[in-house]
Design a protein around this ligand. Structure first.
Ligand SMILES: Cc1ncc(COP(=O)(O)O)c(C=O)c1O
Length: 365
């Protein structure tokens, strides 16, 4: 079976992990943590990096660092992996979901202004499946209302909006290093910010709300959202290969686009001209005439592990009664008919050809 996504551990991962084991720095202190934080910040040209146990926890830290809680509202796209939406609810704020734009699959800016109220404290911007969100429009709306931007760049590290790296627009931007992401640390995440106070606050909250000056002096209600040195060792080795990984993946995307072109019944994502995408998942949408889940089953029987697209947030059982489906026509329709083909960095040309052959077998018969 060709897997949907495998990590690409071809650099210094083993060497760095062994260094952790040999030096006994296996927990959440150690050199690799600082090196990964500095490396991520330097790569993005941002001042401060804070690594975390996941992107989910990074988003939670961001919300708490902004003092967001009960009585506040936070805006989030309806079509996203559920983590940012759940973190808004856990922060105590009200979750305001907005439908997505059919091209970018990020927040539909035409529907954004209407949802801003005096309670809106933040917008979580998700750069969805490698495509940048329309940052100029979002920032313009936020600026007029003193609203914080939390960029969720879990999926699109290395992508650009109008030439500028994603993850450099938000007051805080968050990243995921889960094993299916462009670079991984097994589990893990990070946040970046140019604001020293925010970075300090996130570090304190990450570590039980402990003062950075005085050990065991707790100045805030905090969490244990730390990354281990072993995870950071893997993450650093991955970061060293990021540009190579991005190039290899882009070649894979071009091959997919060339081979999948003109197959009746499917459509591929087109990218806005201001976006330099990254190839995270290989996404395709199939015509309403076809049954997406039946196609997924067919591909699995042919030895190709494909995945359905994430469900819209409003469909989650704990949200379904709180939102009106008719407000989210794009996310509902696109999610139901879309799926992802395998996209490991290590995927070979002949494997892509094999996968496309199977797609053709289904749609061209
Ligand atoms: C947009 C988005 N945000 C957050 C997350 C959560 O990341 P993590 O698994 O590192 O918590 C994901 C994971 O897929 C994601 O796609």
């Amino acid at each position: 079976m060709i897997p949907i996504a495998e990590p690409y551990l071809n650099g210094n991962e083993k060497k760095y992990v062994l260094q952790c084991l040999e030096t006994n720095w296996i927990s959440s202190q150690g050199d690799f943590i600082l090196r990964l934080e500095e490396g991520l910040a330097a790569y993005h040209g941002v001042k401060y990096g804070v690594v975390t146990s996941s992107c989910t926890t990074a988003i939670h830290l961001a919300l708490k660092a902004f003092n967001i809680g009960p009585g506040d509202e936070v805006i989030c796209p309806d079509l996203t992996f559920i983590a940012p939406a759940n973190m808004v609810v856990l922060s105590g704020a009200a979750l305001v979901l907005i439908d997505v734009d059919p091209q970018t699959l990020s927040i539909d800016v035409n529907k954004l202004a209407d949802k801003i109220t005096c309670k809106t404290k933040a917008i979580i911007v998700v750069h969805q499946f490698g495509h940048a969100a329309p940052m100029d429009e979002i920032l313009a709306i936020a600026r007029g209302h003193d609203i914080k931007i939390i960029e969720d760049n879990a999926e699109s590290i290395g992508g650009r909006y109008k030439g500028r790296l994603l993850g450099t627009f938000g007051n805080i931007s968050c990243f995921s290093f889960f094993a299916n992401k462009i670079i991984t640390s097994g589990e893990g995440g990070a946040l970046l910010t140019n604001d020293e106070e925010l970075a300090d606050r996130c570090r304190e909250l990450r570590d039980h709300g402990m003062s950075k000056i005085k050990k065991y002096h707790h100045i805030n209600l905090g969490y244990n959202y730390r990354m281990t040195n072993i995870q950071a060792a893997i993450g650093l080795a991955q970061l060293e290969q990021l540009d190579t990984i991005l190039t290899t993946r882009m070649e894979q995307m071009c091959l997919y686009y060339k081979l999948l072109n003109d197959i009746p019944g499917i459509s591929l994502r087109r990218f806005a001209d201001w976006c330099e995408p990254v190839h995270w998942l290989m996404t395709m949408t199939i015509d309403d005439y076809y049954n997406r889940d039946e196609f997924l089953q067919f591909m699995r029987c042919e030895g190709v592990d494909c995945r359905q697209m994430i469900n819209p947030v409003h469909r989650a059982l704990h949200f379904i009664d709180k939102y009106d489906e008719s407000d989210y026509p794009n996310s509902t329709r696109i999610s139901a008919q879309s799926l992802h083909l395998p996209c490991s960095t290590s995927l070979q040309k002949n494997q892509v050809e094999f996968i496309v052959e199977k797609v053709k077998k289904y749609f061209c018969c």
